[in-house]
Design a protein around this ligand. Structure first.
Ligand code: DX5
Ligand code: ZN
Length: 219
């Protein structure tokens, strides 16, 4: 399979200079740009809406990986797709009809992802897995950057990777939360294809970004 890809989360960037931060992390070697959307309702924090995604779009040609931690999800899908989201990932726990959400993401022209909270069993997506482009394993409870990696999620990564292979799918397995150069190696071994990193990517300011990403890839 392909090599490990990194999706730095701009949640840990300087919000007063987001465009510049996106350009700097792109130049430092980011594969995707991870954008955390929070509504103060599904998760206890507020962040970014489609207007900001649209404003950032000219600053990078890398795929925009938009992680929606909002409920309801469906009324906002079109706006994020139009704003330039390449991947739109939602939580099946955030609404009553996740299959409909997946269909809506795809008909809006984006790639569809499912994010699983630490307590959520992968069986929650068993019947939509074949239609997903990506599964996001949350290794922290969503809402904030800078939390510690929950190691029990390694088994979920392994399980999903095996299931995807067994079904002959090419669904991407992405991991989000508490990813450091140390936990990155465990995720990689467990079968992760893409790692999200907020704190570990943006720590130290722009002069450190290339080294931060290099360390996350394993040096
Ligand atoms: C948490 C977000 C993550 C977060 C990761 O709700 O989904 O993307 O930014 O931040 P770190 O890497 O600091 O745990
Ligand atoms: Zn995220």
């Amino acid at each position: 399979t392909a090599t490990l890809r990194l999706a730095p989360s701009i949640l840990s960037a300087d919000f007063a200079r987001l465009g510049e931060e996106v350009r700097d992390i792109d130049a430092a070697g980011a594969d995707w740009i991870h954008i955390d959307v929070m509504d103060g309702h599904y998760v206890p924090n507020l962040t970014i809406g489609p207007g900001v995604v649209k404003a950032l779009r000219p600053h990078s040609e890398k795929p925009f990986d938009v992680h929606l931690m909002i409920t309801p999800v469906d009324p906002f899908i079109e706006a994020f797709a139009k704003a330039g989201a390449d991947y739109i990932t939602a939580h099946p726990e955030a609404g009553p009809h996740f299959h409909r959400t997946v269909q809506a993401i795809k008909s809006a022209g984006a790639k569809a992802g499912a994010a699983l909270n630490p307590s959520t069993d992968p069986s929650a997506i068993d019947y939509v897995l074949d239609e997903l482009d990506l599964v996001l394993v949350m290794s922290v409870n969503p809402g904030f950057g800078g939390q510690s990696f929950i190691t029990s999620q390694l088994r979920k990564i392994e399980y999903l990777k095996t299931l995807i292979t067994k079904r002959g799918l090419d669904t991407i397995v992405e991991v989000d939360g508490g990813v450091t150069p140390q936990t990155a190696r465990d995720c990689e071994r467990a079968g992760a294809d893409v790692l999200v990193a907020g704190t570990a990517a943006f720590t130290g300011g722009r002069d450190c970004y290339a080294d931060n990403l290099k360390a996350l890839r394993g040096g």
